[in-house]
Design a protein. Structure first.
Ligand code: HPA
Ligand SMILES: [Zn+2]
Length: 319
């Protein structure tokens, strides 16, 4: 099992059907069905939005700090078995606030699970780009009383039609608070979303970024500046961003010298955890041990942990 850092993981996207049913029963939340096969059958997507519709529809089962604790503990236990040494975990506070869950319960549950795991963990607060910059600023304001519980901000949800630029001010505020800045860009949106995330938001890392390959000048810049790109191969196939894993641009990105790493995004929905992603890269793309080890080393270079810890994890990667 390759040791790796997982830097693109939405904790809400680790909600497996079994836990969905369990939490719905515990909290008295009605589901359309409790049949696990019927629930799994819905995990068939045509694009990002068709996934987001189901992802948001399932989240009202999360109500208490215990729910967030259980969700996060289950992910961390699975991640540990997948070789994950370091996880920088996204969450979507606007969804939970919208469902009437206090932010304190969300922070308490997630970070409580962090304390009981051997995996090195930190939390990144994501703004929902389709709700706009005003709602993002309001969310940051509500989260600042919990400032010590998270290390950065990100930008997720429906990409096309919701470019980065309007979020410049809230990203500036986040930077002033000493928070790291990442953003989803270049998943369904074009290279200009990646460029704006760097130039306008000051993003230190790009989530997905695969459509950057359409712009050679941008590729040269990403290589020269060694901007980390958190690529999610099984996600890209599940959301039909690429037709087949065999067509994925990840090997080309590696050949270009980009700082790419492998992540599971929403593993309960996309067919696997980070070890499953590595296995698929080996099986379907024929990637070699050397290439996979480079991806693992890149993940540690790309993470926000202290340099000594990064060096110790990197030294564990074979080759
Ligand atoms: O893969 C994703 N892309 C954009 N937004 C998201 N929110 C959860 N998962 C995703
Ligand atoms: Zn994502």
């Amino acid at each position: 099992m390759l040791p790796t850092a997982e830097l693109h993981l939405h904790i809400e996207g680790t909600l497996e059907p079994e836990m969905l049913v369990e939490l719905a029963a515990r909290n008295g939340v009605a589901l359309a069905t409790s049949d696990l096969d019927e629930l799994r059958a819905k995990y068939d997507f045509s694009d990002l939005q068709s996934f987001l519709d189901l992802y948001y529809a399932n989240l009202p089962v999360l109500r208490t700090d215990q729910d967030f604790y259980d969700l996060t503990s289950a992910y961390l236990a699975r991640a540990e078995r997948a070789g994950v040494r370091r996880a920088e975990i996204f969450f979507d506070p606007q969804v939970h606030l919208g469902n009437g869950v206090p932010l304190g319960a969300v922070f308490e549950g997630i970070t409580g699970a962090f304390q009981n795991s051997p995996v090195s963990t930190d939390l990144i607060l994501c703004f929902l780009r389709d709700l706009g910059p005003g709602a993002a600023a309001e969310t940051l304001r509500k989260a600042l009383p919990f400032r010590e519980r998270f290390i950065g901000v990100g930008l997720d949800s429906a990409e096309v039609g919701h470019p980065p630029a309007p979020f410049a001010e809230v990203y500036q505020q986040a930077a002033a608070e000493g928070l790291h800045r990442v953003a989803h860009a270049g998943e369904e949106g074009g290279p200009e979303y990646v460029r704006d995330a760097l130039d306008v938001l000051g993003a230190e890392r790009i989530d997905h970024g695969i459509r950057a390959v359409e712009d050679p000048e941008l590729v040269a810049r990403l290589r020269d500046e060694q901007v980390p790109l958190t690529v999610c191969p099984l996600s890209n196939v599940a959301l039909r961003v690429v037709d087949r894993l065999a067509d994925h641009v990840l090997p080309a990105m590696l050949r270009e010298g980009l700082l790419v790493c492998v992540n599971s995004d929403d593993p309960a929905y996309f067919g696997g955890y980070v070890d499953d992603n590595f296995a698929a890269l080996r099986g379907d793309l024929g990637m070699t041990d050397e290439q996979l080890a480079l991806l693992a080393r890149n993940s540690f270079d790309a993470c926000f942990a202290p340099d000594e810890e990064k060096a110790a994890w990197k030294a564990e990667v074979p080759g």
